[in-house]
Design a protein around this ligand. Structure first.
Ligand code: TRP
Length: 442
């Protein structure tokens, strides 16, 4: 096996994923302290923990969104989910929680694609099954707290038409079967639905696909069938938050942008939340180690964390002497995401890394945090009525796309020192001095 295989369908590595290598492989740029400083300067907000800690570690043209925002030019956000299982798991939550934060920071309209057609194409079965999952899964997404007035969720099978579909067919005209084979490894023996899929994930990254929502002032005439015929208008830039495995879709999208008269979308990429079984692969419903589902009860969460891969030593004596391995310890790697306080995390790193803290203890800390998170999620989800759900899917609303800088909220914001910025992003030392810092030259 190669050192690592990362694509939209496979996440496998021999010894843990080398994310810096992935940046080079995918032709992206690392998120470093300089960019984080610029982010804070423009948005007047403290960067999200996941940015600071280098968990959202890679990007493409993020500066362009910051430049727009600075000049009061609106941007919009686009992300999606392939509804393929009844329940989302923790790993699914990461991009959505981050997207919710981005929506708050930029006060931007967010478009969420539910790709029921994608899952039907790749997994087969009944189309209706995936259509229903679209709505069930959307409740979990909405429970992340998205602003209802600024969020549009749609099912691909129900919405593929009009401006969106026009962009799909334009993209299809730019992409050959050979390109699909090169980019995704999908050969001509694959189903047409699989081969054509990428163009449908791509199209929402162009604002013209949602002209009615994102360009409310655009002029149009009507076709005889009542469809809108838009006058040319100016595109706004799209920012797509995603896990890094989705990058090939947007490399392709950026490639065709000019040819279809759109702007290249900006991207921001996360690492994968590791599987409970170990850091060589991501959390996934189909792996032998089951993930923490958002429907799990506290007892189940506790049991799953207890069984998670530990970086602790085999005997108490050895552990006290050598300490746990923070790099491979799943509980520690999860705390990087879910223990927000740097001081607390640092203390855990020292105690666990030195052997003062035992494996059972670090797992208990994580369990408490996750139980709290999952219970809160379940509470939020239970409040989502069918009426609320329908609202998020309603296209015929007014969406306010204007940029609002909330000066009242942000006037007291002060930037950090350059020294501190230097140690953020891909330079962040997640093990607090326990191991030689990795080489971040990419
Ligand atoms: N392909 C993604 C999946 O399998 C779903 C998806 C659709 C998506 N559109 C997207 C993900 C845009 C990120 C950004 O789950």
């Amino acid at each position: 096996m190669e050192e690592q295989i990362i694509d939209p369908w496979t996440v496998e590595s021999k010894n843990g994923i080398d994310y810096l290598k992935l940046i080079r492989h995918f032709g992206c740029d690392p998120i470093d302290g300089k960019l984080i400083k610029r982010f804070e300067q423009v948005t007047r907000r403290k960067a999200h923990t996941w940015l600071r800690r280098g968990l959202f570690f890679s990007h493409k043209d993020l500066e362009l969104c910051l430049n727009d925002y600075e000049k009061n030019i609106p941007i919009y956000l686009y992300t999606g989910r392939g509804p393929s299982s009844e329940s989302l798991h923790l790993g699914h939550l990461v991009p959505f929680m981050f997207t919710k934060w981005l929506q708050d920071v930029f006060n931007a309209v967010l478009i969420i694609q539910m790709s029921d057609d994608e899952k039907f194409a790749f997994k087969g079965g009944d189309l209706e099954y995936y259509e229903n999952l679209t709505f069930e899964n959307s409740k979990d997404i909405i429970a992340c707290g998205f602003n209802v007035d600024k969020t549009f969720i749609f099912s691909n099978t129900h919405s593929m038409g009009g401006e969106l579909y026009k962009n799909v067919v334009k993209i299809e005209n730019c992409i050959s079967g050979n390109a699909i084979k090169t980019i995704y490894g999908l050969t001509s023996d694959r189903k047409i639905g699989e081969i054509a899929w990428a163009c449908r994930q791509s199209a929402p990254a162009f604002s013209s696909s949602f002209a009615d929502i994102l360009h409310p002032d655009a002029k149009y005439n009507l076709y005889p069938d009542g469809s809108r015929k838009y006058e040319p208008y100016v595109n706004i830039r799209c920012l797509v938050p995603m896990a890094i495995d989705q990058r090939p879709y947007f490399a392709m999208t950026r490639d065709v942008a000019e040819r279809i008269g759109g702007l290249k979308p900006s991207e921001i990429h996360s690492e994968f939340l590791p599987s409970l079984g170990g850091i060589t692969t991501k959390m996934s419903s189909t792996h032998q180690t089951p993930p923490v589902f958002l429907t799990d009860n506290p007892k189940t969460i506790q049991t799953k964390i207890k069984k998670s891969f530990s970086g602790g030593k085999d005997t108490l004596e050895l552990h006290r002497e050598h300490g746990g391995d923070l790099r491979t310890d799943v509980a520690y790697n999860y705390l990087l995401y879910f223990c927000e306080d740097d001081k607390v995390l640092e203390k855990i790193a020292h105690q666990y890394g030195s052997g003062e803290m035992l494996s059972g203890e670090i797992k208990k800390i994580l369990t408490d945090i996750l139980v709290d998170l999952v219970i809160k999620h379940q509470e939020n989800r239970s409040k989502i009525t069918d009426e609320i759900l329908t609202k998020y899917f309603d296209r015929y609303r007014m969406f306010d796309t204007r940029v609002v800088h909330d000066d009242g909220l942000t006037k007291d914001f002060v930037l950090d020192t350059d020294e501190n910025y230097h140690n953020m992003g891909v330079n962040f030392d997640r093990f607090f001095g326990h191991y030689k810092a990795k080489d971040v030259i990419v």
